[in-house]
Design a protein around this ligand. Structure first.
Ligand code: GLU
Length: 449
């Protein structure tokens, strides 16, 4: 790789100049450039057409005002966004994130990642992402509804079942999708599959809520299997306690692993006895209905609570970061490695920093990037779109089987492009190249200038 390092840093500098103050976006671009630039060095069709730089420029970005009334009748103003990154292989597809940290850099990194991820799923979906700096935490149902309605009143002008199909992400679950779907229908006067992650009563797919977490575990099973290993009796730490974390834990338990931690922005619980189904049901109720803090788990089940801490210093065999970007840094990677951790599987988008990933690579630990291991969510969104188009719904078993098949195919594709030796696969390289080739070929075929 070193013979290309000049080209890589020149490319990254060029993109950085065009996108100042967008550190998360640049981090995502750099990770891709490190594997794609050496790959295209002897391939003039990609190199001479400047395809990677084209892919770094969103096709279109919308930014808009979202005014809404709180329960006291006061006017609040948030900012709404939709980044339409790449439509080479299908309509823009990707979630909406509602979180106070949301800005253009974060949404561009997510939309960029989404383009590669969606390509990997084997389904016809382009890349997009959107959201708002609105914080649903502490808001009443009515406030969330009014915000979602105002947000969709504007967003509805730019999306549609054949152009751009949003879904959930951090801060956007079934409740928010329902309110937004209702508003889209009201404004546009049509009932279409314009959003995924819908309720079952109005066009949602079975397994979609579980899909990101389940898919992440299915992917990690493929990685372990490649090394003739399994999840049985492994001690596992999971970060986060939202949708991805909950269903990652559920599937890990079904596969005989012992899960000892979950977390939220307040801290981490460490349950030495292991989380079981009953305790997980408590977490689901706590987070999805009561919207409380994970600390309550520690109080109820007599577990340790590490206030303000992440789980990475807890001894484990495997780690699943399922919270948010850059939650696992190089110091955390060092303690995981020192404590004998064998592998890290990203459930969130870009939870590990670049130097943390480098450390995993140096120690030949298993590592799968989110764009491969968390692709099950958007893949099942793709299956929801297919069911909506067919006006049919598939059974739980059918969707789950398709999801397993897709995760297996993504793994195989990563091995094809990222295999280093009999034992070691560079999944970052594999996922980037496999994701890139399909999008780049489609762009070239369509005439990208
Ligand atoms: N937000 C999810 C992701 O990061 C799902 C997107 C979707 O289903 O469109 O892939």
């Amino acid at each position: 790789m070193s013979s290309h390092s000049n080209d890589i840093s020149q490319f990254v500098d060029h993109i950085a100049k065009k996108n100042p103050n967008e550190s998360e976006f640049l981090q995502a671009v750099e990770e891709v450039a490190e594997t794609i630039i050496p790959f295209i060095a002897d391939k003039p069709k990609y190199k001479d057409s400047n395809i990677l730089e084209t892919m770094c420029e969103p096709e279109r970005v919308f930014m808009f005002r979202v005014p809404w009334l709180n329960d006291k009748g006061e006017v609040n103003i948030n900012r709404g966004y939709r980044v339409q990154m790449n439509s080479a292989i299908g309509p823009y597809k990707g979630g909406l994130r509602f979180h106070p940290s949301v800005n253009l850099s974060i949404l561009k990194f997510l939309a960029f990642e989404q383009t590669f991820k969606n390509s990997l799923t084997t389904l016809p979906m382009g890349g997009g992402k959107g959201g708002s700096d609105f914080d649903p935490k502490g808001k009443s149902d009515n406030e969330v509804m009014r915000f979602c309605q105002s947000f969709m009143t504007e967003l509805s002008k730019y999306i549609g079942q054949f152009t751009d199909v949003p879904a959930g992400d951090i801060g956007v679950g079934g409740r928010e999708i329902g309110y937004m779907f209702g508003q889209y229908k009201r404004v546009q006067g049509e009932f279409t599959g314009v959003l995924t992650g819908k309720g079952l009563e109005y066009g949602g797919s079975l397994i979609r809520p579980e899909a990101t977490g389940y898919g992440c575990v299915y992917f990690s099973k493929e990685v372990l299997n490649f090394r003739n290993d399994s999840l049985e009796n492994k001690t596992v730490i999971v970060s986060g306690s939202g949708n991805v974390a909950q269903f990652t834990v559920e599937k890990l338990l079904q596969n005989g692993a012992k899960v000892v931690s979950m977390s939220d922005s307040g801290g981490t619980i460490y349950d030495k006895e292991g989380i079981n189904e009953e305790k997980l049901a408590f977490v689901k109720e706590l987070k999805n209905v009561k919207r409380g803090r994970i600390k309550e788990y520690a109080d109820k089940f007599n577990a340790e609570y590490h206030e303000g801490k992440t789980p990475w210093d807890i001894e484990c065999d495997l780690a699943y970061p399922c919270a948010t970007q850059n939650e696992l840094q190089v110091e955390d990677a060092k303690s995981l490695q020192k404590n004998g951790c064998l592998g890290v599987f990203e459930g969130a988008n870009m939870p590990c920093t670049a130097d943390a990933i480098e450390l995993f690579r140096e120690h030949k630990m298993m590592f799968s990037p989110g764009k491969a291991s968390n692709a099950g969510g958007v893949a099942t969104s793709g299956l929801e779109m297919s069911q909506n188009s067919l006006r049919l719904s598939w059974t739980r078993e059918e969707v789950d089987e398709k999801l397993k098949g897709i995760m297996k195919d993504i793994h195989e594709n990563c091995v094809n492009h990222g295999k280093v030796d009999k034992e070691f696969v560079d999944y970052v390289k594999g996922a980037n190249i496999a994701g890139f080739v399909k999008v780049a070929d489609a762009m070239l075929a369509q005439g990208c200038v």
